[in-house]
Design a protein around this ligand. Structure first.
Ligand code: GUN
Length: 296
């Protein structure tokens, strides 16, 4: 078997085309969707992600404010930025790029973001709604991008066994909640670093979402023939054959493509979807703000 490509780039293109119409409607009504991105430090990968978010905003006609701060910035400075962005009426989304430098309390800063501007969906109010089974709020971008890609490929999740590898706040846990939510209806197992036999659990899965940050960890022997495999990993691995000395590798060994029915590529899979869903959350936040303004 040779897996079909879960093409995040194509799916993101469809999301963007749909957003273009919604952005045009907002603009006609005098609203320019506006996203602020805060990045602290000089992690090269994080800067690549943030630049790509800002570039996508420009392409779609979403205004962006890019706040880049040095590693030794005090947490209080980031706090002040967040509070000031919360108070800005013409700004609809706030994102603080993760990871922050070690001296900062990422959760405490996330708690400060106005939940209606929390386009990352990481605020406890938004994650709490998801735990309650309410999937109509601000959803974390990578997991909702995974769900959108599965829908795009018409993967039937109802009653299927899904295994999520990784239990992070950003991907693993919200992905598990979305897969198990009413309407998706998969039966979900979360595998993590203390799981005894990840491989045999994975072998039972109809759907595998790998989000562990370990290059090529999931090999063909882990995968049931015909499974759907979503690779969330974006790892830099040394590669002397490339001029820059590295290349990107997912958490899933490309040989899995010989066994799976669908496999998302890295790059070009989940990455573009994360950005597309961030754009969608920003547009949604602008629409909700406009509706609230128009209420008598
Ligand atoms: N770092 C890696 N992924 C993400 C994401 O989706 N949002 C933020 N804020 N930081 C990240």
């Amino acid at each position: 078997m040779s897996a079909q490509r879960l093409d995040g780039k194509a799916c993101a293109g469809e999301v963007e085309a749909e957003l273009a119409g919604r952005i045009a409607v907002l603009r006609e009504r005098g609203v320019e969707p506006h996203l602020a991105v805060i990045i602290v430090g000089d992690d090269p990968a994080s800067h690549v992600y943030v630049n790509s978010k800002v570039k996508t905003c420009a392409r779609l006609g979403i205004r962006s404010t890019h706040i880049s701060l040095p590693t030794n910035t005090e947490e209080a400075v980031v706090r002040e930025h967040i509070l000031s962005l919360n108070a800005q009426d013409d700004l609809h989304g706030i994102l603080v790029q993760s990871p922050l430098p070690k001296h900062m309390d990422e959760e405490a800063l996330t708690d400060l973001i106005n939940p209606s501007k929390d386009v990352d969906g990481f605020h406890p109010q938004n994650l709490g709604r998801l735990v309650q089974g309410r999937t109509d709020g601000m959803l974390p971008c990578t997991p909702s991008g995974v769900m959108r890609m599965l829908r795009w490929a018409r993967v039937d999740l109802e009653g299927k066994r899904a295994v999520v590898l990784g239990r992070s706040r950003i991907v693993g846990m919200p992905a598990a909640l979305l897969l198990a939510a009413k309407g998706a209806d998969a039966t979900v197992t979360v595998v993590h670093s203390r799981t005894g036999d990840a491989e045999s659990i994975c072998q039972e899965a109809d759907i595998v979402v790998a989000a562990v940050g370990r290059p090529n960890m999931v090999t063909a022997s882990w995968i049931k023939p015909g499974a759907v495999v979503v690779d969330v990993g974006i790892n830099r691995v040394e590669d002397d054959s490339r001029e820059r000395g590295w290349r990107l590798a997912g958490d899933v060994d490309p040989n899995v493509g010989e066994k799976a029915a669908w496999l998302s590529p890295v790059p070009g899979g989940v990455g573009p979807m994360t950005i597309a869903m961030l754009m969608e959350n920003t547009v949604r936040a602008a629409e909700i703000a406009l509706t609230a303004d128009e209420k008598p």
